[in-house]
Design a protein around this ligand. Structure first.
Ligand code: AGP
Length: 613
């Protein structure tokens, strides 16, 4: 999770920035840096590693002056190193940038800039931003106009802060899509910018939240907000309660709601340092996967509990389809009683947000006892599931506070997609064209997720229509069948309404008897290979008087004409469609529970990590 802090005022910016970044450390990062404008010169200190190394650097070579911007970075393009750490400076040294997100069109922009003689000094997509802005500024327009034109040129979900020595009294910030927030803190004759409230809470409690496709010009005298199209915005000023925990929730009512929205940034970070878009390759170094090992794997068991198990059910489709390895999903609490067939060519892949779930750990131990290779996909750094594994993948979503798992569900979907590509590549069962396309599709994920977040108001309306239901069937097919299970679990565990996920094709073998006016049916009907089958499923449910809520791809007029309610998702490559189809189900469950006045973050009888059997 990248952290950003900026300061404009009369004090030295560096200590304010570094202390602010320390309050964002919980997100995890692999490099850090700070830049200030001092006597009309941009000065930068940056290094790979932790903030303590940056503090050492600054103590040896002090940085004075303001304004300033700072950044903690998860490597997305280019390895974690000093040369790839932010901030990045333009070729003339007159502009500097820090950035969160992925510039989806950075390859084209970089080629264009390079052909114009721009020299790149890093492997990052971020550098394209500062060179673009400098090119625009060189045409004689204002810093603000040059920044605006740049923001409109970069594609994808991004947060950007820019400074220029030609107008050294300001920082210009932009939020494009949902790659995390931009919080503007209002001080006395000084102002602050950050990617999250805790970074500036000690200085001010009056904040403005930038919305998507908005930019702000921040000086010590004031903050001007406008759209990227230049329309002035009168932003709402929020006063943050003195409770730091509620400040952690930012503009959200519950941690779960915040974490649902954080998935755009979390998905960006779960790609962090693992996707080489230029070569079309995946790197998962902590897995310690060699070509020899990849070639001799004959079977994979995916074992997990609850939501994590449903993520594994999606992983089965991905690994079997892409890497052609047989995969079996076995619930953690059943694995050690099923006398599984395991040998030295068998992988036991555990998925666990907490990394401490007793049933999942027991399954890992059973797999090891039987001589298998044990891997894990975990979120909690240093957890048992990480420590006892032969190799692991970190979800990199940042801490998940809400008991109901959201970002720790979508991250492992992408992790397993990447694992499948890597396995296929090392086993030589995928051609270059297919591999490059599968990798390129990953670049779409954060923005696709962000577009679903923009539909929350519509989903809340559907939640009001469903708030008194006494049960619900969730139906899905193919790769979206596990999303039916996960959507049902979300509703059960936070709204206490009984819900059941089912393979849609199973309905006619009994459960269809349940459908009447009192039993709504949620049908997952995106434009995937099973779309036509789901259309007839909707017809069958309607014919029995059931209310149908459909998850459908934007523009699907047929589903719209049949369903009572539609939760829209953007078109996505079918193997990545579960990442978007689950999002409206998370928000639907959240809003039903919130409308019912329930304790969304701490549902009754539940614990965040079930460390007992
Ligand atoms: C999901 O919303 C629940 N919190 C629960 O099913 C959870 O996924 C399960 O207990 C596994 O937890 P883990 O990922 O920490 O192992």
């Amino acid at each position: 999770m990248c952290g950003i802090v900026g300061y404009v005022g009369v004090r030295d910016a560096t200590p304010i920035i570094i202390n602010g970044l320390k309050r964002l450390e919980y997100r995890g990062y692999d490099s850090a840096g700070v830049a200030v404008i001092n006597d009309n010169q941009i000065e930068v200190r940056r290094d790979a590693g932790k903030l303590s190394q940056l503090v050492d650097l600054v103590s040896k070579s002090p940085l004075n002056g303001a304004p300033g911007i700072g950044h903690t970075r998860w490597a997305t393009h280019g390895a974690p190193s000093a040369r790839n750490a932010h901030p990045h400076v333009s070729n003339t040294g007159k502009m500097v940038v820090v950035h969160n997100g992925i510039v989806e069109n950075f390859l084209e922009l970089k080629d264009e800039l390079t052909s114009e003689g721009v020299v790149f000094n890093s492997d990052t997509d971020t550098e394209t931003i500062v060179h673009l802005a400098e090119n625009h500024k060189a045409a004689g327009i204002s810093f603000e106009e040059a920044a605006r034109r740049t923001f409109k040129q970069i594609e994808g979900a991004n947060v950007v802060l820019l400074m220029s020595t030609e107008e050294p009294d300001k920082i210009i910030a932009a939020r494009i899509g949902n790659a995390g927030g931009v919080v503007l803190g209002i001080g006395e004759n000084e102002n602050y910018l950050a990617s999250d409230i805790p970074a500036i809470l000690e200085h001010t409690r009056k904040v403005i939240f930038l919305e998507s496709r908005q930019m702000a010009v921040v000086t010590r005298e004031g903050i001007c907000v406008e759209t990227l199209d230049g329309e002035e915005v009168k932003p709402e000023i929020h006063v943050i309660s003195f409770d730091a925990v509620s400040a952690e929730k930012g503009e959200y009512r519950h941690f779960m709601q915040k974490e649902i929205h954080e998935q755009v940034r979390a998905l960006t970070d779960t790609l962090a340092g693992r996707v080489d878009f230029k070569e079309g390759r995946i790197r998962l170094p902590e897995l310690k996967l060699t070509p020899e090992l990849a070639k001799r794997i004959q079977r994979i068991y995916i074992t997990a509990c609850g939501t994590a198990a449903y993520a594994g059910m999606v992983g089965k489709y991905l690994i079997e389809k892409i890497a052609r390895i047989p995969v079996e999903v076995v619930i953690g609490s059943e694995f050690r009683y099923s006398d599984p067939i395991v040998d030295e060519n068998t992988v036991i892949l555990a998925i666990s947000q907490s990394g401490e779930t007793a049933d999942t750990l027991a399954a890992m131990e059973e797999g090891r006892r039987k001589g298998g290779i044990v891997w894990s996909i975990v979120n909690a750094i240093g957890s048992q599931a990480m420590r006892i594994a032969d190799g692991y993948i970190v979800m990199q979503t940042g801490p998940e506070i809400g008991v109901a798992s959201t970002k720790a569900f979508t991250a492992p979907l992408v992790d397993q997609y990447m694992l499948a590509i890597l396995l296929a590549d090392l086993r030589g069962v995928i051609d270059e064209k297919t591999r490059r396309q599968l990798v390129a599709d990953l670049r779409l994920v954060p923005d696709l997720a962000g577009r679903v977040m923009d539909t929350e108001a519509e989903i809340e309306k559907v939640a009001h229509a469903l708030k008194d239901i006494r049960g619900c069937l969730y139906l899905g097919r193919g790769i979206n069948m596990p999303i039916a299970y996960e959507g049902a679990l979300k509703l059960k565990e936070i709204s206490y309404i009984h819900a059941e996920g089912y393979p849609a094709g199973e309905m006619k073998h009994g459960p269809i008897a349940l459908i009447d006016e009192e039993m709504p049916v949620l049908c997952l009907a995106p434009k995937d290979p099973w779309h036509e089958k789901m259309i007839s499923q909707i017809q069958q449910a309607k014919a029995r008087g059931g209310m149908v809520i459909a998850v459908a791809t934007e523009g699907d007029e047929l589903v719209k004409s049949m369903a009572d309610h539609v939760l829209w998702v953007p078109e996505a490559p079918w193997m990545l469609s579960p990442v978007v189809t689950v999002l409206p189900l998370q928000m639907l469950a959240y809003h039903i529970a919130a409308i019912r006045g329930l304790d969304v973050d701490q549902p009754r009888n539940l614990a965040k990590s079930v460390t007992v059997e």
